[in-house]
Ligand binder design. Sequence first.
Ligand code: ATP
Ligand code: MG
Length: 253
Amino acid sequence: MTTPLLEATDIHRTFGHVQALRGANFSVMPNEIVALIGDNGAGKSTLVKILSGADRPDTGSIRVAGETMHFGSPYDAQQAGIATVFQDLALAPDLPPAENLFLGRELVRPGFAGRLGFLDRRAMRERAAEQFQRLGVHLKSDRVAIETLSGGQRQSVAIARAAMWAQRVIILDEPTAALGVVQTQRVLDLAKRVRDQGISVVLISHNMPQVLDVADRVQVLRLGQTVANLDASSASVDDLVREMTSGTAEEAA
Ligand SMILES: Nc1ncnc2c1ncn2[C@@H]1O[C@H](COP(=O)(O)OP(=O)(O)OP(=O)(O)O)[C@@H](O)[C@H]1O
Ligand SMILES: [Mg+2]
């Protein structure tokens, strides 16, 4: 059997009296898009924060390519090859796309005689253009500030940035929630291209037809527990909704 790129086992996380996660399991295999679904409050964002190093589980384990990890920060997760695009994207609105790709990792040309260097904007623009080209992201101009781009273009820049620095997995938290039909399709196509380049994708979405269209596998959280792991090619929207909701009323009572 293939070893998962990223695997979480029996994760528990409590906030005060709220058991946000109480037995969540999750895995991502090489070359796949996995959707993580569940009703509001099911624990998706909590699990994503744990997988991306932004929060720590009370109990449970995380393995990357078979090796147990204890992420102390998102930086640790990135070092392990996992990058997350959170809903607010965390782009710098006043910088152009290329510089956003290098945010925090700017290329610097050495200065004379060991003096502080200059930002190598040309090298960043060239490497960014390669990355956009590779992923089929077409921006009207790569010199304008991010804030002048559309929501879909900004999402594409954020995904291209994650895919540039992640070796193994990118996690997308509701990447199309604020987008129109055409932009949504572009972002989903981009997710598929990222997968086809060898980086697996975790997709959080409330849009069930979209989940079935783009994902290879679907994992369902209900009230903090993983309740189903379905092959997207043989599941229906009804199946997904049933897994998300069945028994919820009694259990929550
Ligand atoms: N920092 C926190 N403090 C207290 N409670 C929290 C915290 N974070 C999450 N919770 C609670 O944990 C539960 C799971 O929340 P979470 O945000 O993970 O759900 P979700 O599946 O992402 O929901 P949505 O679809 O609405 O985004 C909720 O009951 C939420 O109120
Ligand atoms: Mg959430």
